[in-house]
Design a protein around this ligand. Structure first.
Ligand SMILES: NC(=O)c1ccc[n+]([C@@H]2O[C@H](COP(=O)([O-])OP(=O)(O)OC[C@H]3O[C@@H](n4cnc5c(N)ncnc54)[C@H](O)[C@@H]3O)[C@@H](O)[C@H]2O)c1
Length: 253
């Protein structure tokens, strides 16, 4: 399946969190192939560097900045570097998360705070830091990653599901706050996307077949399916769509 090409995204600065693997890597590649100037942060240094090398032929070589998003000072400094090396950010993709599983009884206050730091807190602070860039440009698009996990009550993931539900509230209220600056804030809630990590940690072939059987569409959901929707929400083609959470789950939910 081909990707649509969005002229409005050419040369625009797109900042993606957790761009080193999975859906984030698919989005780094999709925006770079669309001609955007992509910068991304991740803790996975080797995978991220390899991704940059694989996109050497793109119109703009992506910029990778190693950064742990639990550290807000490091995130702010990464965004400062994007501003200095690439220019003001027009698109922010708040993608990074960690869907670690846990038992309810094992959750300590420290574990809870760490889960919120990796799954929720940095999305707000990235948006806060992006706002002056977007104001300067006179437009901006922010795409936050939720999940269907909170809608159906996923097992052994209370902290993750709580954060992913909060991201919908964050999206709707930020859309209201930033709309006056012509900044659109939307969310994507993916279904069961079969990434390398999901296969390695959580999904057996049987699980994957089970998801497909429960979907209304009879094909595995892959990272590119999500990247296509992120391109649309970032481009001017969705200029009058703020505050939405788009479910991309092949009909699983
Ligand atoms: N894969 C799915 O089935 C699925 C389903 C629903 C929602 N989502 C959401 O989509 C987004 C992407 O999911 P994915 O499956 O590609 O995840 P993934 O775990 O494969 O990739 C996440 C990326 O974020 C990076 N990352 C994690 N913690 C970080 C930190 N502290 N600082 C910097 N980078 C960090 C990881 O190294 C990784 O490259 C996430 O928000 C996830 O919650 C995924």
């Amino acid at each position: 399946m081909h990707f649509a090409h969005y002229p409005s995204l050419e040369d625009r600065v797109v900042f993606i969190t957790g761009g080193g693997s999975g859906i984030g890597a698919a989005m780094v590649a999709a925006f770079a192939r669309n001609g955007s100037r992509v910068a991304f942060v991740d803790v996975a240094v080797e995978a991220s560097q390899a991704l940059v090398e694989s996109l050497a032929e793109a119109r703009h070589r992506p910029l990778f900045i190693p950064c742990d998003l639990a550290d807000i000072a490091a995130l702010r400094s990464a965004i400062g570097r994007v501003r200095a090396e690439c220019g003001p950010m027009a698109v922010l993709i708040n993608n990074a998360a960690n869907d670690e599983r846990h038992d309810v009884d094992a959750v300590t206050p420290e574990y809870w705070d760490a889960a919120m730091a990796v799954n929720l807190r940095h999305l707000f602070f990235a948006a806060q830091a992006a706002r002056p860039h977007m104001r300067e440009l006179g437009h901006g698009a922010i795409v936050n990653f939720s999940s269907i996990a909170w809608m159906h009550g996923g097992r052994r993931m209370v902290t993750y599901a709580t954060a992913k539900a909060a991201i919908v509230g964050l999206t709707r209220s930020l859309a209201r706050e930033l709309g006056g600056d012509n900044i659109r804030v939307n969310a994507i809630a993916p279904g069961a996307v079969v990434t390398e990590r999901q296969r390695r940690l959580w999904l057996s072939e049987e699980d994957i077949a089970g998801f497909v059987a429960r979907q209304s569409l009879n094909r595995q959901l892959v990272a590119d399916d999500i990247a296509r929707v992120a391109l649309f929400l970032a481009a001017d083609d969705s200029a009058m769509i703020p505050k939405q959470c788009i479910i991309v789950d092949a009909g699983l939910h």
